[in-house]
Ligand binder design. Structure first.
Ligand code: WTA
Length: 637
C-alpha cells in the first residue's frame, strides 16, 4: 500500500530506487494490493529483450473489466464513470454511472457472444467518440475478444488493411459521425472497406446521425434492438495474464502499419498505476483527456487507466473550434474539470486565437495540465502555463508510445519541479538510456543520443500481430538487450530528459504518427508519377507538416501542377486519410540518391526546412547535380 501514490520528491527518489533495484518486488506489491485477481500469478516477471519473450504476472487469472467496473459497484455504483460531451453544445451531456456502464457493457458483451464472437476472436471497432466506443472496447474485454480500434479518420483502404491484417470477424461502426458542422458517412467507408475483406461475418451499426444508410442483409444489423433484447449479466471470461487484450496499429518507418499487441495483466497494472500518479487523481476529481480512443492515449488514459481507478473520465465527441475556440474551456468550466490532458498541436492552435476565449471562462477547477504526442515547444508550454494553468497547475509533459502502453517519462505534479519542454524524469520501473551511434551508452548528464529503455516494464507491447520477427527487428536489434524507442533525447545537467523528435522516418504531424512509406506508395500509384519522397518540415501549429518531392514522368511534365497536387492529395486521402495530406509538393527532375540507390532524405529534409547552409558532402551521391535544381526551385517558391 505504502508507495502507491507518490507525494513528494524525496519519496519519488526512494520509490524509484526501489523500483529499479528490485522491479519484481515493486510491481508485485502494486499488483497485490490494488487489483482484483481470480488467481494469483506464479511468476512476477520473466523474459528479456534479446529473446523478446516478455511476460508479467504469468499464471494469474483475471478480467480487466472486473477491475474497471465490477469492483467499483458496491461503493460507487452511482458515481459518473463516463461523462459524455457531444459535438453539439446544445445536445445534453450524458453522465454514465458505473452501474449503468456495467449494464451497458454486459449487454453489449452478450450481443457479441450472440454473434458468435469468442475469446481470442478479433473485433474491429470503427466508431466516433460516442459512448458506444468505450462500451464496445470493454464489452470485447469482458468476453476475451481482442479489440482492434481503428481511428475513424482513417480511409476505407487503411481500414481494410487493418481488418485483414488481424483477420477480424466483426466490425462495430455507426451510421455516421458528427465533426463540427459536418457529418461523415462512416458506414459508407466500412462498406467500401469490406468489399476488400472476406473475413468479416457481421457488422453492428450504432445510430448516431440518423442518416439513411444501406444495410447489407445477412451481414449488417442495427445495434440498439440487439442491445434491447440482451441480458444485463454476462459473466466475465477468465483471462490469463498474458492473453492479448487488444491490437492497436501504429505507423512504422517502412512497410505496413504494425499491429501492436498488448496483453492483459501488465497493461492493466501499469496504466492504472501511472494514471493515479501522473494525474494525482483524487476521488472526486473530473478528469478529461481530449484524445480519441482510436489512439493509445485514449485506450490507456480515457478508458482503462481512469476506469480502473474508479475515476470520472470525460469523453468529448467534438473538436476544439466548434462552435468556437472556447469549446474546451466551456467544457472545463461546466464540468469543473480538474485534470486536463491534450496535445501540443491543440495548444498551439488555441494560443493563436483571441485570448478572450480563455479569459471569459472560469478555469479555477484545474489542478493538473497534461501534454502528449510530440515535443511541446517553449512558447506553447508558456502559453499553457500562464493562460490555462494560471501558473498554479503543473504541466505534465508525458512521453510515451503506442508500444509502451503507458506513460514512461513525465513529471509527477506537485512532486517533480517542471522545466518548460522537458518531460523530466522516468516513472518508477522505467530505466532510460541514451545511446551513441557506436552502440555505447552515454553515461552522465548534458548529453544527447538515441533513447532506449534498459529493463522490461509491465505494459510493453509483447509482439506485432502476426510478425514477431518484425517486432524483434524494429525494437531490439538496434541496441543490444535494449528497447529502442525511435526517438532522440537530451539529458540536461540535473538529469531531466528532453525529447528531440524521431530519429527514423516516422513523422509526427499534429501528434499523429505517420510513416513515410505508405504515403509514398499512395503517391506512386498516380499514373504520372515516377517516384516520390516525403519528409517533415517545421509547422507553427502541427509541429511538423509533410513536404513531398515528386518526380513526374517526362511526358507529363507540362501538366497543370495545381491539378496534379489535388490529385496527389486525393490519392493520399483515399489510401490513408486526410491526416496524411501534404502541405507542400515540389515537382523535381529526380531525387538525390546514394550509390546504392537509397534516397538521401537528410538532404531533402534540410531543403524542405529552408536550411541549406550545411548540406554536408554531396559529392558521393549518385546524382549530385540534381540537388542544385531542387534547391533552386525550392528558393523560387
Ligand atoms: C512522440 C503517443 C515528445 C514520440 C502516446 C513518440 C512525444 C511518439 C511525447 C509516439 C512527448 C509522444 N514529447 N515526443 N511528451 N509523447 N511523443 O505511438 O516521438 O501515437 O515516439 O503514442 O510520439 O506516438 P504514439
Amino acid at each position: 500500500m505504502s508507495n502507491y501514490q507518490i507525494e513528494n520528491l524525496e519519496e519519488y527518489f526512494k520509490v524509484y530506487r526501489e523500483s529499479v533495484e528490485n522491479p519484481k518486488a515493486f510491481w508485485e506489491e502494486i499488483a497485490e494490493n490494488h487489483f482484483t485477481w481470480k488467481k494469483r500469478w506464479d511468476t512476477v516477471f520473466s523474459g528479456d529483450f534479446d529473446s523478446a519473450n516478455i511476460k508479467w504476472f504469468e499464471g494469474a487469472k483475471l478480467n480487466i473489466t472486473e477491475n474497471c467496473i465490477d469492483r467499483h459497484l458496491a461503493d460507487r455504483g452511482d458515481k459518473t464513470a463516463i461523462l459524455f460531451e457531444p459535438n453539439n453544445p446544445n445536445e445534453k451531456a450524458q453522465h454514465i454511472t458505473y452501474n449503468s456502464l456495467s449494464k451497458r457493457v454486459n449487454k453489449f458483451a452478450n450481443v457479441l457472444k450472440a454473434q458468435g464472437i469468442k475469446k481470442g476472436d478479433r473485433v474491429c471497432i470503427y466508431l466516433p467518440m460516442i459512448p458506444e466506443l468505450a462500451v464496445s472496447v470493454l464489452a470485447c474485454a469482458r468476453i476475451g475478444a481482442i479489440h482492434s480500434v481503428v481511428f475513424a479518420g482513417f480511409s476505407s483502404t487503411a481500414l481494410a488493411a487493418r481488418i485483414k491484417d488481424s483477420s477480424c470477424k466483426l466490425v462495430i461502426t455507426s451510421d455516421g459521425s458528427f465533426r463540427a458542422a459536418k457529418t461523415i458517412d462512416l458506414k459508407g467507408i466500412v462498406d467500401e472497406a469490406l468489399n476488400e475483406c472476406d473475413c468479416i461475418d457481421s457488422v453492428l451499426v450504432a445510430k448516431r446521425i440518423n442518416s439513411d444508410i444501406s444495410m447489407k442483409t445477412g451481414r449488417d444489423q442495427w445495434l440498439q434492438p440487439l442491445l434491447d433484447q440482451a441480458l444485463e449479466v454476462c459473466e466475465p471470461e477468465v483471462m490469463d495474464a498474458e492473453d492479448p487484450l487488444f491490437i492497436l496499429y501504429t505507423s512504422g518507418s517502412t512497410g505496413t502499419p504494425k499491429g501492436m499487441v498488448h496483453t492483459t495483466a501488465g497493461y492493466m497494472v501499469y496504466t492504472t498505476y501511472t494514471f493515479k500518479n501522473v494525474f494525482q487523481y483524487r476521488t472526486d476529481d473530473i478528469y478529461w483527456c481530449t484524445a480519441d480512443i482510436g489512439w493509445i492515449t485514449g485506450h490507456s488514459y480515457i478508458v482503462y487507466g481512469p476506469l480502473a481507478n474508479g475515476a470520472t473520465t470525460v469523453m468529448f465527441e467534438g473538436v476544439p473550434n466548434h462552435p468556437d475556440y472556447g469549446r474546451f474551456w466551456d467544457i472545463v468550466e461546466k464540468n469543473k474539470v480538474t485534470q486536463f490532458y491534450t496535445a501540443p498541436t491543440a495548444i498551439r492552435a488555441l494560443a493563436k486565437e483571441k485570448i478572450d476565449f480563455v479569459q471569459n471562462r472560469d478555469l479555477s477547477s484545474l489542478k493538473v495540465l497534461g501534454s502528449v504526442g510530440e515535443p511541446i515547444n517553449e512558447e506553447a508550454w508558456n502559453w499553457y502555463n500562464e493562460n490555462i494553468g494560471k501558473r498554479k497547475s503543473p504541466i505534465v509533459d508525458t512521453w510515451w508510445q503506442t508500444e509502451t502502453g503507458g506513460i514512461m517519462i513525465s513529471p509527477i505534479p506537485y512532486v517533480t519541479p517542471t522545466t518548460p519542454t522537458f518531460a523530466t524524469l522516468p516513472l518508477p520501473g522505467i530505466q532510460p538510456a541514451l545511446m551513441a551511434a557506436d552502440q555505447s551508452e552515454l553515461i552522465g548528464n548534458q548529453l544527447e543520443g538515441s533513447l532506449c529503455i534498459k529493463q522490461p516494464w509491465p505494459s510493453i507491447a509483447r509482439t506485432i500481430w502476426g510478425n514477431h520477427q518484425r517486432y524483434k527487428e524494429t525494437y531490439f536489434s538496434a541496441f543490444k538487450n535494449m528497447y529502442f524507442t525511435g526517438d532522440g533525447a537530451k539529458r540536461n545537467e540535473v538529469g531531466y530528459y528532453r525529447l528531440t523528435g524521431r530519429v527514423d522516418d516516422v513523422i509526427i504531424v499534429s501528434g499523429h504518427n505517420l510513416g513515410t512509406a505508405p504515403i509514398e506508395d499512395a503517391i506512386n500509384e498516380h499514373p504520372d508519377v515516377t517516384e516520390s519522397a516525403i519528409v517533415g518540415f517545421p509547422h507553427n501549429i502541427k509541429g511538423n507538416a509533410l513536404y513531398g518531392y515528386v518526380t513526374l514522368k517526362e511526358t507529363v511534365r507540362t501538366r497543370d501542377k495545381n491539378q496534379l497536387q489535388k490529385e496527389i492529395n486525393q490519392l493520399i486521402t483515399e489510401h490513408i486519410g486526410p491526416i496524411a495530406k501534404l502541405d507542400k509538393i515540389q515537382f523535381t527532375q529526380g531525387l538525390p540518391k546514394t550509390r546504392s540507390g537509397k534516397i538521401m532524405r537528410r538532404i531533402l529534409r534540410k531543403i524542405a526546412s529552408n536550411d541549406i547552409s550545411n548540406l554536408g558532402d554531396i559529392s558521393t551521391l549518385l546524382n549530385p547535380e540534381i540537388v542544385a535544381g531542387i534547391i533552386q526551385s525550392r528558393l523560387s517558391q
